[in-house]
Design a protein around this ligand. Structure first.
Ligand SMILES: Nc1ncnc2c1ncn2[C@@H]1O[C@H](COP(=O)(O)OP(=O)(O)OP(=O)(O)O)[C@@H](O)[C@H]1O
Length: 664
């Protein structure tokens, strides 16, 4: 049994040894490439400026509005029948992401259609020496850079998707591939057949902004390749850090698997272990040769997965074709004891001679031949002397490891623990035209995101949140606090405020608020999310439970009630809005003593100039103040009652314990 530790996400950034130096080198290399493109970007910007001027004509403005609405409606969430247009927040300034624009019809982008090829820039001797010294592999210094604006029609031949899957995508409202999908899918669909991989397919590390469509970048090619399989075996394993994310990704796989015979399973610890074993292998009593699987695709949290690897009879990874590590930086952050080694050990065939047959759940008879044919060719090749002919090719490991993150680590030690084979690094990021910025940028955030900071005091923060809720056209917001307790207090306070405010102003419709925390049962959390998706809850207050990966397409605003201490956390939190090209707004409430740190963090990340410092107009606060005072008093009463009922409950328990002990 393995000990499962809670994540310490605060540690994420501490361990990035040599990262800053690498970033500088990396960005210098990229800058060299970009210089040649600058002329084109400037030209494109000029075109946009021209068209922007034209936009002032009312007719064109109307057209643009329609176009934007069309773009917004292209979203997978239509499947969930949440066809809800995101309303513009009229009171906020329009964004100007013009410099990011690349003319989609330009010659250059036509060349990028099939698969992007980029010239490798030269490094100085000093850069080469430094990267070697840090142990940073060359491929990590030379990412393939894809412009976030780049798209590809879903039926483009380069993607290699079958007519059936294309049809399914179109039915679900997917007509174009986003940049990350256009880059990753062709690499994965290159080897169509499951049995005839004669050269290592090569591993992939992908860094792309939040909401840029990383999930479909692996879901579509995995389904494409596995739908040709004849026998069900475990061929794709997706590892994710939380149960909520496992459930989300499972739903997506199931939606796109419809019409195929592929089976998708999950192991998260949500259900009894025995129930999961039933789902996974069916027979976990007998020792079956070569193992067995009831699912083609398994989505798992790491803790539960390693329990199955070590405990569930007949569970085998020998047929694995894809190992996906989503939210890779968080998973690589050594949060679980050595989980990666437990997964990698059984699949490192041909690399280590220490591996034993037992690792694969394989039984051999006395003649050293496998009892059944359910043993992969790579296992046969490694453990049995299969007679070779001049046409037989050496079988090599077919496993392709795919790492995805919006904030991918570049820590060489973490990367090397993955034992990647012929890796490629794909980075979806913008071309910075400003030289200084290009030298600093570390994280790419969605270009449709507008970020604001409000410097305030701790006691004013709830009032600022209420002000945002009441005075902006927010339709759906996520608010992040530093702890579960803080989320609980804030949600109770806002609920009390809303009730009192409604009593005072009869016309006011109550703003529905809910808390989303790990203290709630999974069922309760599901219900809350459903209500939030339906728009029945307008503000969801949470600690960092839903800061990563969760895809709620109607969120138009993120509020950092307690400001995050690390940039990665900031990127993931604000990335819950402005997804799939939609507009989004992020507000960070900064207490004055936090201001310096916050500024430093953003400056280091080259992000300081992206965030606008705004002040709350005191006249907008005035109408809320009286009710706010009352709700603070009501909260005090609520907390006092809560404490006394907890004390009573504890006393009852200890009294009962005393009675039981005295009876003994
Ligand atoms: N090609 C596409 N066309 C339209 N919508 C898409 C497409 N690809 C993805 N989407 C939608 O974009 C949204 C974001 O996708 P996804 O959740 O995969 O982002 P992500 O990059 O994994 O984000 P994060 O880093 O926050 O986890 C989803 O609602 C998804 O349905």
């Amino acid at each position: 049994m393995f000990k499962i530790q809670r994540y310490d996400t605060e540690q994420e950034s501490r361990q990035e040894t040599g990262n800053e130096l690498l970033t500088k080198i990396n960005e210098r290399v990229q800058l060299k490439r970009k210089r040649t493109k600058r002329a084109k970007i400037e030209q494109a910007t000029e075109q946009i400026e021209n068209s922007k001027e034209k936009e002032h004509e009312p007719q064109d403005r109307e057209k643009n509005k329609k176009k934007e609405k069309n773009e917004q409606s292209i979203s997978l969430q239509k499947l969930n029948k949440n066809e809800q247009d995101i309303k513009d927040i009229k009171k906020l300034p329009e964004e100007s992401n013009l410099q990011l624009y690349l003319d989609k019809n330009s010659e250059e982008n036509n060349v990028l259609h099939a698969f992007p090829e980029f010239e490798k820039s030269e490094q100085t001797q000093q850069e080469i020496a430094t990267t070697k010294l840090l142990g940073i592999p060359n491929w990590l210094v030379h990412p393939i850079i894809i412009d976030p604006e780049f798209t590809q029609p879903i039926d483009h031949f380069s993607l290699g998707l079958s007519a059936q899957l294309i049809k399914r995508c179109k039915t679900l409202g997917i007509h174009e591939c986003f940049a990350v999908q256009a880059a990753v899918i062709p690499i994965l669909t290159r080897f169509k057949s499951l049995s005839e991989v004669h050269t290592s397919p090569g591993d992939i590390c992908v860094s792309a902004p939040t909401g840029s469509g990383k999930t479909l970048a692996y879901v579509l090619p995995i389904i494409e390749i596995l739908s040709n399989r004849i026998v069900t075996r475990l061929r794709a394993l997706v590892v994710l850090p939380t149960r909520d994310l496992v459930n989300q990704v499972k739903e997506i796989f199931e939606i796109f698997c419809k019409g195929t015979s592929l089976k998708v399973g999950t192991v998260t610890g949500q259900q009894a272990f025995i129930h999961e074993q039933e789902q996974l292998v069916g027979n976990f009593q007998d020792n079956l040769s070569g193992g067995i699987s009831k699912v083609d695709i398994l989505i798992a949290t790491p803790g539960r997965l390693i329990e199955h690897i070590s405990t569930t009879k007949n569970f085998t990874l020998q047929h694995l074709r894809f190992l996906v590590i989503d939210e890779a930086d968080r998973l690589l952050n050594q949060s679980y004891q050595d989980w990666l080694t437990h997964i990698l050990r059984p699949i490192q065939l041909g690399i280590s001679n220490q591996i034993k047959k037992e690792h694969f759940g394989i039984k051999f008879d006395s003649f050293e031949t496998p009892i059944s044919d359910a043993v992969s060719s790579i296992v046969l090749e490694n453990f049995i002397s299969v007679p070779k002919t001049d046409i037989s090719e050496p079988k090599i490991s077919m496993i392709q490891k795919l790492l995805f993150s919006a904030t991918l680590t570049r820590n060489p030690a973490k990367i090397s623990s993955l034992r990647l084979v012929n890796p490629q690094y794909i980075s979806v990021q913008i071309f910075e035209t400003n030289e200084n910025e290009a030298n600093q940028i570390k994280y790419t955030l969605p270009s449709s995101l507008k970020e604001f900071m409000i410097v305030t005091t701790s006691s004013m923060k709830p009032l600022v949140v209420l002000n945002l809720l009441h005075n902006l056209n927010i339709s759906s917001a996520l608010c992040f606090t530093k702890s579960v307790d803080s989320a609980h207090r804030l949600s109770k306070l806002i609920q009390l405020f809303e009730e009192l405010y409604q009593q005072r102003n009869n016309s006011h419709s109550l703003i529905a608020v809910a808390e989303y925390s790990s203290d709630l049962s999974l069922e309760k959390r599901k219900t809350i999310l459903k209500k939030f998706k339906r728009g029945e809850i307008k503000l969801l207050i949470s600690s960092d439970l839903i800061a990563r990966g969760i895809d709620l397409d109607l969120v138009d605003t993120v509020i950092n009630y307690d400001v995050p201490v690390y940039m990665k956390k900031y990127v993931h939190r604000v990335g819950r809005t402005a997804r799939a090209g939609r507009k989004g707004y992020a507000y960070s409430l900064i207490e004055s003593q936090e201001a310096n740190h916050f500024k430093d963090m953003l400056v280091k990340a080259g992000h300081w100039n992206k965030i606008e410092n705004i002040k709350i107009n005191s006249t907008t606060l005035e109408p809320l103040k009286e009710t706010y005072k009352e709700s603070l008093n009501a909260l005090k009463d609520y907390m006092t009652n809560l404490r006394s009922s907890v004390a009573k409950y504890q006393k009852n328990i200890s009294d009962s314990m005393e009675i039981i002990t005295s009876q003994d």
